[in-house]
Write a protein that binds this ligand. Structure first.
Ligand code: HEC
Ligand code: HEC
Length: 188
């Protein structure tokens, strides 16, 4: 009984830290803010937190996805009843490794020989898998060769998918395919 209690997940002892590490870089601003209990609880209660963590946000939650989902299922409590907030996380208990179950980063290279990579045989599907969930709208559209080629020609695509650059985390190991394709003249 005591053990079951100790294992219960609370915002204060676990989820607060997870959301800061996994989600804070995109969810600290004026919209879609997840950085305090009340905001997060509202998303939990609406069902949207579960939907997003099982779907498009899963890549960011990585190994923490199950912890978040369990916390929501258990009613998304803030802290143990009557107990002061206390951090019980072991150091390193939160994954900082990119990738993981459900994450679409770092997928194995497609089956096309180096130097023969074209937009149609490889890059189109790489972008569909890694990028189009955010790049299908009217702005920054990467859904067709013409648009993608424009970003190739300005140099922005190559710059942004390099290691350490903002779009690299979405491309993961596929960034090598993209860069190789650009270096070969980005053939259609
Ligand atoms: C790299 C940026 C980024 C990271 C990291 C990120 N998100 Fe998101 N999140 C977004 C964007 C962009 C949207 C809006 C998506 C859309 O409208 O289609 C979004 C939407 C959401 C929404 C829906 C918000 C709304 O009002 O519609 C939830 C809930 C959410 N994310 C949860 C999370 C959680 C939980 C994490 C951490 C495990 C996380 N996100 C990490 C970028 C991110
Ligand atoms: C979770 C959403 C998301 C994903 C996935 C994503 N991007 Fe982005 N991307 C953005 C946002 C937001 C910006 C704008 C950043 C800014 O303006 O600071 C952006 C900007 C860019 C730009 C610059 C566009 C411009 O006109 O300035 C390029 C190029 C780009 N991304 C390429 C990619 C590639 C390639 C992938 C896949 C490997 C990818 N992105 C995946 C959200 C995303």
């Amino acid at each position: 009984m005591i053990q079951a209690k100790a294992q219960k997940i609370y915002y204060e002892n676990t989820i607060k830290n997870i959301t800061r590490v996994d989600c804070g870089r995109c969810h600290s601003g004026p919209t879609r803010n997840l950085m305090d209990y009340d905001n997060l609880k509202a998303y939990a209660d609406s069902g949207l937190l579960t939907t997003m963590v099982q779907g498009p946000m899963r890549c960011f939650a990585r190994n923490d996805a199950q912890t978040i989902l369990r916390w929501v299922r258990e009613g998304a409590p803030e802290k143990p009843p009557g107990a002061p907030a206390r951090f019980t996380d072991k150091p390193g208990s939160i994954s900082t490794v990119p990738g993981g179950p459900g994450c679409r980063q770092g997928s194995p290279p497609l089956n096309v020989a180096k130097g023969q990579v074209t937009y149609n045989n490889t890059i189109k599907s790489v972008l569909a898998k890694d990028c189009l969930r955010c790049h299908s709208g009217p702005f920054r559209n990467l859904t067709n060769y013409k648009n993608v080629k424009m970003y190739v020609d300005t140099g922005l695509l190559k710059t942004l998918v390099r290691i350490g650059e903002p779009m690299h985390r979405f491309a993961g190991a596929d960034s090598r395919q993209i860069i190789m394709w650009i270096n070969n003249g980005a053939p259609q």
